[in-house]
Design a protein around this ligand. Sequence first.
Ligand SMILES: *Cc1c(COP(=O)(O)O)cnc(C)c1O
Length: 389
Amino acid sequence: MENASADNTQLSPATVVVAAARPARRQGSPVNPPITISSTYHNMGAPDGSMLYARWTNESWHPAEDLIGRLENAKNPALLHASGMAAVANALHLAPAGSTIIMPRHAYHASLLVAHDRASREGGRVCEVDIADTAAVISAIEETSAGMVWIESPTNPMLEIADIPALAAAAHAAGALVGVDNTFATPLGQNPLNQGADVVIHSATKYLSGHSDVVLGATVTNNEELHLRLQDERTESGGIAGPFSAWLLLRGMRTLSLRMERIWENAAELARRLDTHPLVAEVSHPSLESHAQHERAKELMRCFGGVLTMRPVGGVAAAEDLGQFTEIWLPATSLGGVESSFERRRRFPTEAPTVPEDLIRVSVGIEDVEDLWRDMDRALHAVHGRAAH
Ligand SMILES: *Cc1c(COP(=O)(O)O)cnc(C)c1O
């Protein structure tokens, strides 16, 4: 793999996503990296670091791993994992056995499940906090002598914004590791390694791949020891990426910058309009001044994110019915695709009980914003049996 130029750290991420992670330029060489379909490689004698077996390393992972590492300003390439949850589980495993893990009470529900499961087996503890309440999180870190602080910012689905630099500093002072699930902001929206995180986690299923056609995860760290532990954990657990999925991820990331630009613009515009919609009781998006951490988001992030939440007038029934009336918006779980979608989160029994029953998590895509608005406006009226004005 070749980098675009000697001083490519100066390149804008919009250029990096296109120009990086391509094969070396030689007469007749392909402009895109090939997919290697082989479980094993010609190899004899003592392992010398060359390609050997596809669970240990796989050429088809490297371009996407290089690119994610570059986008996160990391010294190391990222590591691809079989899914976001494989990445989350491996990263949570970095916490010392039996230690306390501090987690946002509105972290991704499966991340909380994994942490609680492990704690109950190993005699550890999970301490759930309001990750936006910096003072409370810092006292929890100190009082529990935490082994790891897990951060999502924005959280899924409540969109709380954490003060990552302050929490990372307090965690390190207490000897705790810091993991940041950066799925919602993407590396274009924030780079937690530059804000003190030890390891960054992505569900590459979401914005990074961006087309709702692949399930993958990634971890990335500047710390050599953690990198090797994550790599060993991946090799041992066997939670690896398939070559085709890795290729789809790279293919998707070529347009990451363009997609995020449109998604962030659409999300902020729709949040602004929905906020005054007569059939929407409550809207949350970090771009809104009414969002409790609007100023913090402005200060710490390069985006406000592509996910917003709303609570329709009419409560749970209205939230459930909405999916019957939209034609463009997809009623579906997941997020981060080019297509706009939404779902009522509490339909999952594992979702946090502090998430309102009628809360709809909205993933805004790249469609024309006027079409999205008309479709949603019409559907909101249809739920109440009224025609749109
Ligand atoms: C979806 C998601 C995950 C899990 O990723 P999968 O690819 O579905 O395994 C983890 N964290 C966050 C914030 C997510 O949104």
